[in-house]
Unconditional design. Structure first.
Length: 205
């Protein structure tokens, strides 16, 4: 299901930014859609930390074979060596297991999130071991479909901006942030299209 704000965001971005308008025209029939339950999404984001899209998908595919339906209970039922055999580092195994335990214990309050701001949700999530700001931002974009998240430290976002706006030249975080200001309050949408400009197949986080 397309987010209710998606077409409105595209029109606003196209009016302000001709480069973004071109990227969106090149990907006319795809849009951001929710990617599963909260635990599934957070576990998928942990797997994708600091590795390429292709590598993350390969590891995730093996996790799905090992675990089956990705739930806190199914993850906790697996031994650590089984999860490591999927290609996860020792640290990521610890993080996913800790995340599963938090959900199993009821320590994450999903029912409160609709009334919380982006920053409030990020603060709750990063209190969980292994969830940093990047992972929380991926969750806000892919699971909660929040419209104005800007994951400044994301490698794909940085690369997309370099290639689309600066002919591949390296740019400072400040410059990236200033460009992001042009896209408010639809930075999630702009970010998603920049990811698509690098990898046309949407990634499931």
């Amino acid at each position: 299901m397309k987010p209710e704000y998606w077409d409105r965001a595209k029109r606003a971005l196209a009016r302000r930014d001709p480069v973004m308008a071109g990227i969106m025209r090149a990907h006319p029939k795809i849009f951001l859609a929710p990617r599963g339950e909260p635990f599934f999404t957070l576990a998928r984001a942990i797997v994708g930390q600091q590795i390429s899209v292709k590598a993350a998908q390969s590891v995730w595919d093996r996790v799905l074979v090992c675990v089956g339906p990705v739930t806190p209970q199914s993850v906790l039922a697996r031994q650590r060596p089984q999860l490591r055999a999927c290609g996860l580092s020792d640290r990521k195994v610890e993080y996913i297991a800790d995340l599963a335990q938090h959900f199993a214990d009821g320590a994450i309050h999903v029912h409160r999130w609709p009334a919380m701001t982006d920053e409030e949700i990020i603060a709750e999530l990063i209190a969980v071991r292994g969830i940093g700001r990047w992972t929380a931002e991926m969750f806000l974009i892919f699971n909660l479909l929040r419209p104005d998240v800007f994951p400044l430290d994301d490698l794909g976002l940085q690369k997309g901006i370099r290639l689309a706006y600066f002919k591949g030249r390296k740019v400072s975080p400040r410059t990236v942030g200033k460009l992001g200001d042009l896209w408010r309050p639809w930075r999630s949408v702009a970010t998603w299209y920049l990811w698509r400009s690098l990898d046309p197949v949407p990634v499931e986080y």
